[in-house]
Design a protein around this ligand. Sequence first.
Ligand code: CA
Length: 245
Amino acid sequence: MGSAVIHYSAAATSDRGRKRSSNEDAFGFSVEHGAYLVCDGMGGAAAGEVASALAVDEMMSLLKGRAADAPLPETAEQAISTANEAIFQRAQNNTHLSGMGTTLVALVADGDRAWMLNVGDSRGYRLRDGQLEQITVDHSLVEEQVRSGRMDQAEALRSPLRNVITRALGTQPTVTPDVFPLDIEPGDLFLLCSDGLTRELSDDLLESMLRLDRALEELCSRLTDAANKAGGHDNITCLLVRAEG
Ligand code: CA
């Protein structure tokens, strides 16, 4: 058991952006239950909205309902699996929703222990001592090409294939998230966000904005405004979680 008593606070915003007619992102969080989620839905018509909302609802209800002694990362993985099945089944049973899916980035925290989990290209970052670090690794075609040395970051940003993700919730009968165990230090600030934020703002800019000593709600608004000013090509969702000693 950890010795440090850590308290969390959080704030989030989700914005349609300037180009899209609807918002297919969704988020949910409960400081009391240590659960924080961002999802970015995809699919024709309104299917993306259905998928992301279903993922958040299913996962939040399982994480809020967990027994006090249930291990947190395993409960989160089980919640992802259950959400995946719910979206997959709904898509199978309704041709209008066929092929829908959603990305997910989640932070689950209990005292000074936390885990980040992701599927797809929504990202999780940590700002510690003024340095921003991307914790998650995108499940995307361009990220795989960058990792294998076939493409550099600049090419990845311009690639016509940059939207292709290689893992999603709801598109296959099963899904496996990546899980990143984290040690928490007082002062850590976590950002969970959809690609509508990270496509518009560089990591350097995110870092300089997150360093500002402002309320989380104001930081969320500033990030959203900056992404809209940069074009707002996609839905923009930011969820900030601060750990305090
Ligand atoms: Ca998106």
